[in-house]
Design a protein. Structure first.
Length: 219
């Protein structure tokens, strides 16, 4: 039987996940919700739903950290079956998908990303999952499917740069240099200051012989 965590401990779970997943996702979530997505919304769900979900998520995270993927599945299954529309289930699925990729199990990761796309809460997490799945599908040699997935999003607010860069990578893999350049330039143009890898984008553009905007030059 897992312990019940209080709201302050649950808030730390979210903060830790955001730290582990990088500043680009943190900024994307903030932009996507225009300041509305925060810990008050998170705590509101906590007080109005069974707090057992937070404990299941914490145990699953610890097991994954210890490399116990199979053992972590039991906790994830509980989150998926009983709290599918909760933030914990979405965060757990994203974390589990990354573990599946590291374990060379991309097919299982695809299923997990699709779960978040369909059930993501807050909604911005489904946008994150869609972008990650598109990258995975590209890595699996499915560029057309990856592009279709990106085109299927209705609102990518806060993630425009990340989506544009993936499109650029897809076009590059297809030998569509002009389209790739246009997508990479869009990624540069929509990238928030201090977020994302601007130098990597510049290198991609330079490799294609593109003219780099003055504000996109490397420091």
């Amino acid at each position: 039987m897992v312990d019940i965590y209080d709201p302050n401990e649950q808030e730390e779970v979210v903060k830790k996940w955001l730290r582990d997943n990088g500043s680009a996702i943190v900024m994307g979530l903030v932009i996507a919700f225009g300041g509305l997505f925060g810990f008050k919304q998170w705590q509101s769900w906590q007080f109005n739903s069974k707090q057992q979900a937070s404990a299941e998520f914490e145990v699953m995270s610890d097991l994954l950290t210890d490399g116990q993927l199979d053992a972590a599945m039991a906790n994830f299954q509980t989150l998926k079956d009983e709290y599918a529309k909760s933030p914990y289930a979405s965060l757990a699925a994203l974390q589990m998908a990354r573990a599946r990729i590291e374990a060379q199990q991309p097919d299982l990761a695809i299923t997990l990303y699709r779960f978040v796309i369909d059930n993501g809460y807050p909604k911005a997490l489904s946008v994150v999952a869609r972008e990650r799945l598109a990258r995975l599908m590209l890595d699996q040699g499915q560029p057309e499917e990856a592009l279709e997935l990106l085109d299927g999003v209705s609102d990518s607010s806060g993630f425009e740069s990340r989506y544009a860069e993936v499109r650029g990578d897809i076009y590059f893999s297809q030998g569509k240099s002009d389209d790739a350049i246009a997508a990479y330039l869009e990624a540069l143009d929509t990238m928030e200051a201090g977020v994302g890898d601007r130098d990597a984008l510049v290198l991609k553009l330079e490799s294609l012989g593109a003219d780099i905007p003055e504000d996109g030059t490397q420091s």
